[in-house]
Each structure stands twice: as structure tokens, then as C-alpha cells.
Design a protein around this ligand. Structure first.
Ligand code: ARG
Length: 574
């Protein structure tokens, strides 16, 4: 339990002892020093429930609370409880924390969670839009694993469907013309555009494309072989992007749409047996209460098209069925664009009706907004095409290289390259993670690469500054043995902030808003800078010097661990 939870649970017990049930205390960190370190809310609701004056109830609680971590507990305002932690408590806890590999995290019970993220369509190259799901989903996976849970990464890649018809027909054409396929496929985006253009302009080609779709669906071997070749090319392109972005996804995490092909007919049959299917305009649909379109008309979810083909919904139902029944997971998190909200609401509702999901299983959509250009318009190239993710990564690294060259021209070239890789990719991902997940955001190179403000370069720089203390003094922090004693106000502030690392991580998992962790790290770095200015480290003496070195080292470790949970690497100098 983190400090906040410990306080909450103690106050909760006191509240129920006083006769108020179901009135949980809500403890928050206070921003103003006068309020102590934490403030508890919820006493007023409890007082109302048991018909007592809130200040009076708060008063009795303060008398009876057993909080060894607090130096002072007092009633404030109309019925808040302010808690001032004891300095020696903070010092002792920090001494424990610094010896703890997990920096305060206690791995209590382990759940298994499927995380559905990234999931690009393989017919095209990954574009900037994939940055969000990929980055946010990966951070969620890292955080849950750090907390001791088992994560099943599910890369639901789009590798099936009508869009492959023209691609396969085009591969066939290239083969017949004797051109080198691998050269043609080296730019998937161009390849896709050429194939689409040909389908638009050439009747015969368009017909062949349609035939290819049918042949693919019927499992024609020559066609499957071409398809396999294309998929292989596209997957390896994605893997390159993941590796460059320091994303933990591997080939083993791919469970693409086509892997559910054999489950689609059984799914539709099962829905039919349950009486959920209605045929509308030749298509098999599920109509559920609560889904109304324009004019209050019932809104169908199509599970099989009139031509017999299976849409996105059918595959997703098969995926829920697999995850819930075969993998038997208690939880699944879907990091998908907010524009697919209706799709996911229908998906989960049908899955409940079909009993693929039982009461205990929580399948959630964690939506996110889109990335916009400076002018607030969707992020596209001048000719309206998607901006390739690989190009964005390259530009981020190049821009970081320029910055590093100006800041530290003396560095060797390979060192500069390594640093700019970390800063560029870090800046790109951090810009993503600092935003509120659910809203659209404007992409801006200058802001994300700035050394001021809540950015990756700022945090990476703060980290290198701490590391340089140890480098300059030739001290290996792992050899320091003494305990931490906090006295000065900024020291105490920093100490408490370090103890709150676990609180920040726990808070992220409530709604997978990684920005809570970003803000925490940003504040931590800021408090470190004030500590650094007001408390000499290397010039201090004896136990104070040792203690401050330990505080600095613990700060560096928390920064590094926090960044790692966000999928951001660190460097030792920059
Ligand atoms: N391939 C889809 C797209 O690009 C995203 C898939 C997300 N996952 C899912 N289970 N539907 O829009």
C-alpha cells in the first residue's frame, strides 16, 4: 500500500467504527505546506450519513486515529483532516526505498491482462496516427509488468480483407513483367498507391483485384503465398519501427486478424443459436437495445456481409471470445482511437449477450484523440497522404542531433548519434504521453524538443546532471552505506516526493493516463533542482554529505525507472 492508501484505509476503519458505512475517505496530497502533506476528504459525507456535525466527527477521528507515520493530525475547514507526516518517518521510509529494487512497489497479487495496442493495417506503412496507440499501450504494458502483473501483448494487426486484393494483383503483375519484387516492396506506401491508382484507372486490373480477394478467402495456394510474402515484408517494416521506437512488441505478440479466420463461422453460428442475429438487406446483423442511430432508428452491428464476407466486427468478436475463453483473462485493455468508440461499445455489449464475457471479466476501451498539425488540421502530407511514422522518427533524431551538436559540440560523433537517438525518440514519445489521453493534440517539434518545461530533454538532462555529480566525484553510489536523514525543507520535500513514486504509478493504472507519471517526474526533477541549489552535496561533510548523495542517487534511480516505464531510455551525459 502506498502512503495515500495507508492513510485512506486507517481513516476508513475509523469512519466505519463511527457508524458511517460506504463513505470512503479520499486522501489527497496537499499543494500548500500549511495543510500538511495530505488532506482527507469524505468526513463531511460520513457526518451527514450519521447525522453528526462534520467538524465534531473530524475531531473525534483525529483523537482516535492511530497514525504512526504522522507527526500532527488536525481538523481543518468545515471537516477536513490535515495530516503532517513525521520527518523521521519520511527519512526512514526513504532509507528503505533506496535499498529496494522496486523503489517502493509491493507486488501484491498478480492479474493477467491482455493489452490490445498498435495493431496497424499491414496493407500500408505505419503512419503518425499509430504513434498514440503504440506508445500509450506500451507504457501500460511496462507499468503493469513492473507492478507484478502478467501482460499478454496482443498486436491485432490488420492482415486480411479486401484491400489485399489489389496488392496481390499488383504483385502478380510485377512478377509477370519480370521486375524485382523486393525493390518494389521496399516502399510499401508507394506500392500501395500504385496498386490503388491502377485499380482506379484499369478495368481489367480492378476485376483481377476482386478475383484475388475471393481467391485469398478461398485459400488458393498461389495467392496465399503472395499474401504471405507481402505480410512478411510489412511485418518486418513494423518491427523496424518498433525497435527504433524502443517499443517492447515482438513478432511473438502478433495475433493478426487472419488468425481468427476459422472462428468466424462458429461465432456467427453461436450468435444465431442465441437468437441474436437478424438479417437486414441480406447482411447478418445484431441489434441491441441502447444502440440507436439517427432518427432513433436501431443501429445494427454487421457480423456477416451480404456477400458472405466477414467485417471487422466479426474478427473482433472472435478475438474477445479467444481472449476471454481460451486465454481466460480477467481484464483486457483496448488502446484504440476514439473514433472507434461505437464499434467497441457494440463489441463488448454483443460479447456480454453471447456470454463470451462473464460478470467478472473487465474488457475496456481506452480511447485517445488524434494528432493534429499546427493549424489544427489532421496530420497529412501536402498531397493528402498519411505521414509515415518512420519519417517522423528520423526527423526527431535529426533534430535532436542538431540540438546536441550545439549544446555539446565536443562530443564524439558516435556518442552524439547515440544521445540524439535517445533524445529524439524520447521527445516524440514523451510528447504523446504527457497529453491527456482522450483529447486531440497539436504536434509541435519545438515544444517537444525544448530543454525547458515538461519534456523528455528536460528530464533526461536532470538525470544526467545527477549522474555527473557521481562521475565528477568518482563515487559509486552502490558503495554508500549510511542512512538518509532529511532536515532542510527542500530535502524533506524531495524525500516525500520520492516516496510518492508508487502513488503516481498506482494512479496511472486507474485510467491509463500516463500523463500522471509524466507530471510526477517533471515535478520530481523540479524539486531536485531546488534541492540542488539550496543544499550543497559534495561540499557538505560527513553523514550529511552521504545522506545527500543517497538522496541524489535515489532521485536518479526514480527518474530512470519512471522514464523506463514510459518506454524512454536515458543517457549518462548530453
Ligand atoms: N487495425 C485497426 C485500425 O488500424 C486497429 C485494430 C485495433 N484492435 C482491435 N481489436 N480492433 O484501425
Amino acid at each position: 500500500m502506498n502512503i495515500k492508501q495507508q492513510l485512506e484505509s486507517t481513516i476508513d476503519s475509523a469512519l466505519s467504527a463511527a457508524g458511517a458505512s460506504n463513505c470512503p475517505a479520499i486522501v489527497k496530497q496537499s499543494q500548500k505546506a500549511a495543510f500538511g502533506h495530505y488532506q482527507a476528504n469524505g468526513v463531511m459525507d460520513a457526518a451527514k450519513q450519521i447525522g453528526m456535525n462534520p467538524r465534531e466527527l473530524a475531531g473525534t477521528l483525529v483523537e482516535s486515529l492511530n497514525l504512526p507515520q504522522a507527526e500532527k493530525v488536525e481538523v481543518a475547514g468545515p471537516g477536513f483532516i490535515n495530516i503532517h507526516l513525521d520527518n523521521s518517518y519520511i527519512s526512514n521510509e526513504l532509507t528503505k526505498l533506496r535499498k529496494d529494487e522496486l523503489l517502493g512497489v509491493v507486488r501484491e497479487k498478480s492479474n493477467t491482462t491482455v493489452i490490445d495496442y498498435s495493431a496497424p493495417n499491414l496493407a500500408k506503412e505505419m503512419h503518425i496516427g499509430h504513434l498514440r496507440s503504440t506508445t500509450i499501450g506500451d507504457a501500460a504494458a511496462r507499468i503493469l509488468e513492473f507492478l507484478g502483473h502478467t501482460v499478454i501483448r496482443a498486436n491485432h494487426m490488420g492482415d486480411w480483407g479486401a484491400q489485399f486484393g489489389s496488392l496481390l494483383a499488383y504483385m502478380d503483375l510485377i512478377g509477370q513483367e519480370g521486375q524485382e519484387l523486393s525493390t518494389e516492396l521496399s516502399d510499401l506506401e508507394v506500392f500501395y498507391r500504385k496498386a490503388s491508382a491502377l485499380r482506379e484507372s484499369d478495368e481489367v486490373f480492378a476485376k483481377q483485384s476482386r478475383e484475388y480477394v475471393v481467391r485469398l478467402q478461398n485459400g488458393d495456394p498461389q495467392c496465399l503465398e503472395l499474401w504471405q510474402q507481402f505480410i512478411e515484408e510489412s511485418v518486418s517494416h513494423c518491427q523496424t519501427v518498433y525497435d527504433r521506437l524502443n517499443i517492447t512488441l515482438t513478432r511473438a505478440d502478433i495475433k493478426a486478424e487472419s488468425s481468427y479466420n476459422d472462428d468466424l463461422i462458429p461465432v456467427v453460428n453461436e450468435l444465431d443459436r442465441l437468437g441474436l442475429i437478424e438479417v437486414s438487406d441480406g447482411a447478418k446483423c445484431v441489434f441491441l437495445d441502447g444502440f440507436k442511430g439517427k432518427d432513433d432508428k436501431p443501429l445494427p452491428a454487421i457480423v456477416q456481409k451480404s456477400d458472405g464476407g466477414f467485417p471487422y466486427m466479426a474478427t473482433d468478436l472472435a478475438a474477445v471470445r479467444f481472449r476471454a475463453q481460451n486465454l481466460k483473462v480477467g481484464e483486457a485493455l483496448y488502446f484504440i482511437d476514439a473514433r472507434q468508440t461505437l464499434h467497441l461499445r457494440q463489441l463488448f455489449a454483443i460479447s456480454r449477450e453471447a456470454k463470451y464475457l462473464d460478470e467478472s471479466q473487465s474488457f475496456r476501451h481506452l480511447p485517445f484523440g488524434v494528432i493534429l498539425k499546427e493549424d489544427g488540421k489532421p496530420f497529412k502530407t501536402r498531397d493528402g497522404a498519411d505521414v509515415k511514422l518512420a519519417d517522423v522518427i528520423e526527423e526527431a533524431i535529426n533534430r535532436a542531433y542538431e540540438l546536441v551538436s550545439v549544446k555539446n559540440p565536443g562530443l564524439a560523433d558516435d556518442v552524439k548519434s547515440r544521445i540524439s537517438q535517445v533524445i529524439g525518440v524520447g521527445a516524440l514519445k514523451y510528447a504523446e504521453l504527457t497529453k491527456n489521453r482522450t483529447t486531440d493534440y497539436i504536434f509541435n517539434w519545438d515544444t517537444m524538443l525544448s530543454f525547458d518545461g515538461n519534456t523528455a530533454p528536460y528530464l533526461l538532462y536532470a538525470y544526467t546532471r545527477i549522474r555527473s555529480i557521481f562521475r565528477r566525484s568518482n563515487i559509486d553510489p552502490s558503495t554508500l552505506e549510511s542512512s538518509i536523514t532529511l532536515k532542510e525543507p527542500t530535502e524533506l520535500q524531495l524525500g516525500l516526493k520520492l516516496l510518492q513514486f508508487v502513488e503516481a504509478i498506482d494512479a496511472v493504472t486507474e485510467d491509463y493516463q500516463a500523463n500522471i507519471l509524466c507530471n510526477y517526474l517533471f515535478e520530481l526533477a523540479g524539486i531536485f533542482m531546488s534541492f540542488y541549489e539550496s543544499c550543497p552535496i559534495l561540499n557538505a561533510e560527513g553523514p550529511v554529505r552521504e545522506s545527500r548523495l543517497l538522496i541524489a542517487d535515489t532521485t536518479a534511480r526514480v527518474l530512470k525507472q519512471g522514464l523506463d516505464l514510459l518506454g524512454i531510455e536515458t543517457v549518462e551525459q548530453m
